[in-house]
Design a protein around this ligand. Sequence first.
Ligand code: IPD
Ligand code: CA
Ligand code: CA
Length: 271
Amino acid sequence: MTDPLHQELLALAQEAAHKAGALLRDGRPADLAVAATKSSPIDVVTEMDIAAEKLITDLISQHRPDDGFLGEEGASAEGTSGVRWVIDPLDGTVNYLYGLPTWSVSIAAELHGETVAGVVAIPMRGETFHAVLGGGAWATGAWEGERRLACRPAAPLEQALVSTGFNYVTEVRAHQADVAQKLIPLLRDIRRGGSAAVDLCDVAAGRLDGYYERGLNPWDLAAGDLIAREAGALTGGRPGERPARDLAIAGTPGVFEPLQRLLEDFGAWHD
Ligand code: IPD
Ligand code: CA
Ligand code: CA
């Protein structure tokens, strides 16, 4: 049995992710433009990122006025309940801007600093992933109902399909390209999907053997990391550490450790 509070937080995250996903899918203007830039000229935000975050935080505050928030588009509140919501209202903004389908809404609920519920909605796939701590990872799809997720059986690293991402800051992405260049001959292949939350769910769903990236923020990671772990994947950062800005890695048992070792050898956490 999972904790009733975790289930309550999950249900609220599902409702918020579903409504924000519908807003983003159905409300995308044909002439969608960049509203502002953040860490670099290619780190963009659109009016839709901002509208989706507002929808999510308004809905959650109506139900749980004492909770805290950390949202990519500025939501920030301490809260007094011990619950904090970690929100990426639109993960994969560049894909969304160009009309590519790989983007998601990522919502996690932390209780006293530990992620206890996570939802990643991927509207253009008609899929939503969710997990509560200790309750397994699940996917719901319009055409297949609800199914429990399990990551792939262990493959040798040279047969592993591994996804990654590149940071918006030029110096960081240049080094990331060097690391990827060293990894490619050692793997089956590399993918660059464009949404960290989707990558983590794809590890959970057995569609990837692994994923790694440097430079992620808590809102990119929180929900997808729980979903990947609940599907049996291992997640971490540099050896002995939790996934963090320096480095985030997820992989099937068998792929995780050799991948982590190579990334450490290649200095994947620095420029
Ligand atoms: C980005 C995506 C991308 C990853 C970047 C993230 P955003 O998030 O997750 O896949 O490579 O590091 O910043 O900006 O689209 O929310
Ligand atoms: Ca993001
Ligand atoms: Ca975002």
